[in-house]
Design a protein around this ligand. Sequence first.
Ligand SMILES: O=P(O)(O)OC[C@H]1O[C@](O)(CO)[C@@H](O)[C@@H]1O
Length: 373
Amino acid sequence: MTFQKNFKEDSIMAEPTVLGYIKEQPERLKYVFENKDVFVKPFVDVFTKNNIKKVIFFGSGTSYNVSILGTYYFKHLVGIDAEYQYPTVFKNYEKADWSGLLKKDEILYVGISQSGTSISTCEVMKFAQQEGYHTLAITGNLNSEITKYVDTKVHLLVGDELTPPETKGYTTSVISVYLWAVECAHVTGKMSDAEYEKALDETKKLVDQFQTVVDESEAWYDRNRTTIVNSDRLYFLGYGIDFATAIEAQLKVGEMLRLPALGYEIEEYSHGPTMAISKKQTICIIGSDEGEFEHSVDFSKSFKKYTDRVHFITCKDLGNDPRDCVFSVKTNKYLAPLMFTVPFQFVAAKGAKDIGIDTAINPFDENLAHYKD
Ligand SMILES: O=P(O)(O)OC[C@H]1O[C@](O)(CO)[C@@H](O)[C@@H]1O
């Protein structure tokens, strides 16, 4: 069986490669931002018409990691309840509102699936629809399986991504979910006109500078490639919103570079896994804001006593250690995950190339994760 992906838009690449898709992100994110009405309007319509009080995000793999960010965006920016859940675990162990205070039609189930064919995500949306909840899916293929199980289908403007691992699929999904939250926050009065303009301005500024993000990420990988690809194990550590980047890095490296890769909340990492710390381990610490940043710097100093392979990925000022990826592009902590994922896309895709792995081939030939189109 072959890996199933099916996007209807034309590919602009003669021979699709993960590295090609990584490098397409500046242009693609700009396109997504300029065409935001396509995916923001249908979401906001459902949200406002139904006076939604809670959003539950579902996805698998990369799309699950997007759900983590979506949840923080809706909690912090829109100020409503939100959750991210593994689809099948949710079906078997959870319910939409344990408090019993919300009406069914105040809850929105959101399925994120670039291909629209992830089995578990499709199944939970089908279940939600049968139970009578509002259901919405964002997908790159508006004729895909998931669209059969939702009231509202929203187009993810990702274009083709014909290689198994998703890279631009992640960043286009993140920016889409962020723009949903910004718009919902504005229309509900949670964000003032000035705050709304600022949020859009910051988004535009970031997508306009995304080529620099890609260039600085690749340069960071090139500077550190030798130790990275010769590591016994790679850890990706982040607090709060940066935890999404940590487990997205774990996933990308697991898919492509295929070395042992572990994503942890940074303090959790210090509760046990540090017992295994050794000189051939690479530890990447992601982003962070305010107090979390200071704390992460303290952690990195301690880790450096045990391995030289400690890297900080941030847009805060941090000096000139070539092991770090300190972006010259600055942005807010909600948009920063768009940047922080890119260095790890290079670790995964360029690292794989450097050690002779073809990322266009999925050697696992079983159809467990996706429906066939
Ligand atoms: O967003 P989709 O298409 O549901 O896919 C989710 C996940 O499935 C895979 O494509 C393979 O299982 C992963 O690479 C990806 O993270």
